[in-house]
Design a protein around this ligand. Structure first.
Ligand SMILES: [Zn+2]
Length: 349
């Protein structure tokens, strides 16, 4: 048996209870969980809103153990597993992929043709003492990376890394604007853009959190509640606009502002999405700017391995706000839902 925080019904609070410890099947590993981070995606899942995403595999019906950002120690191996050993410290790659299609084989498993969903959505996740995942989802942690840092690798750091380094392609000469810079992904995106040599403008709506964004490396911060974001970015860039914009919100209004704030030849990377949100653009505006609009989707295993290397070198910080025992998972998820968490809270079984 083991202790887990279980979603027993859609829109229900989590229940901490004793449940059966999973047994490894062929190709799987059992992980003794050491640290799990919660984020807004956990709220989306527990509300049952993943069922509206008809293009994605449907979530596992409750009872479901949430937790898609976690790290731990390999505790048991299923038949045929030889890429990891018992006792290895790992973070968990959260996407369930086939491992056989062309995108998977070419290192773009976030675009898997037979995508099967997420750990903590489509199979039980890391809000428990133990979790069972496919062995290929293990990302080795180096000795200098803590378990808590490991919980930032799959999500807050990993998705920011994929967006900033692989999709936005930040250059040292760039001015980069990040929309929702004070969110858990945003503050890590700010750090990654800054360490790439770029000038960084952090945009969000809370002065206290924007002060933290500035501490973490943003050259300028803009409160979108107080000023016109497009005007502010133009002022900070001598009228040119930003070379790269990362929009982690993705509503009609932020997308339009993000595009309008782009410099000529600029690139907009769409990271956040809201069902039904539209970017309504004059085609001439796109061609006159020679603008590029790209999307960013999750992470790859290579991204997570590179993030572990950056943590090992001390080149990025995992921005932890608090640590709590797993038994407090229901209260912490309620706080995430109320936007009462800066960056990430980590839960420890
Ligand atoms: Zn695949």
């Amino acid at each position: 048996m083991m202790t887990a925080a279980v979603l027993t019904g859609w829109k229900s609070p989590l229940v901490v209870k004793r449940v059966q410890r999973p047994e490894c099947r062929a190709g799987e590993i059992l992980i003794e969980v050491k640290a799990t981070a919660l984020d807004a995606f956990d709220v989306t899942i527990s509300d049952g809103r993943m069922r509206d995403q008809t293009a994605l595999p449907q979530p596992q019906d409750p009872p479901l153990i949430l937790g898609h950002e976690f790290a731990g120690v390999v505790a048991a191996l299923g038949a045929g597993v030889n890429q990891v050993s018992i006792g290895d410290r790992i973070a968990v790659y959260p996407l369930l992929t086939c491992g056989r299609c062309l995108p998977c084989l070419s290192g773009h498993e976030n675009r898997c043709s037979e995508f099967r969903g997420y750990v903590g959505v489509n199979i039980d996740g890391g809000l428990a003492q133990y979790a069972r995942v496919p062995a290929r989802n293990a990302i080795p942690l180096s000795p200098g990376v803590t378990d808590t840092q490991g919980a930032f690798v799959p999500g807050a750091l990993g998705t920011a890394y994929h967006a900033v380094m692989k999709r936005l392609g930040v250059l040292p000469t760039d001015t980069v604007a990040i929309v929702a810079a004070a969110g858990g992904v945003g503050i890590h995106a700010v750090q990654l853009a800054k360490r790439s040599g770029a000038r960084v403008i952090g945009i969000d709506v809370d002065d206290a959190r924007l002060a933290r964004v500035a501490e973490l490396g943003a050259d300028h911060v803009v409160n979108a509640r107080d000023v016109d974001v497009v005007e502010a970015v133009r002022e900070l860039t001598g009228g040119r606009g930003a070379d790269k914009v990362l929009d982690i919100v993705g509503t009609d209004i932020t997308l339009l502002h993000s595009f309008t704030a782009l410099a000529r030849g600029g690139r907009l990377c769409v990271m956040g999405g809201a069902p039904g949100a539209r970017l309504a653009l004059d085609s001439i505006a796109i061609l006159q700017k020679e603008a590029e609009i790209v999307g960013t989707l999750g992470t790859t295993r290579a991204d997570l391995t590179e993030v572990v290397e950056l943590l090992e070198r001390g080149a990025v910080s995992a921005v932890l706000s608090e640590t709590h025992p797993l038994s407090e998972a229901p209260a912490i998820l309620a706080r995430v839902n109320a936007h009462d968490v800066f960056s990430r809270i980590v839960l420890v079984p």
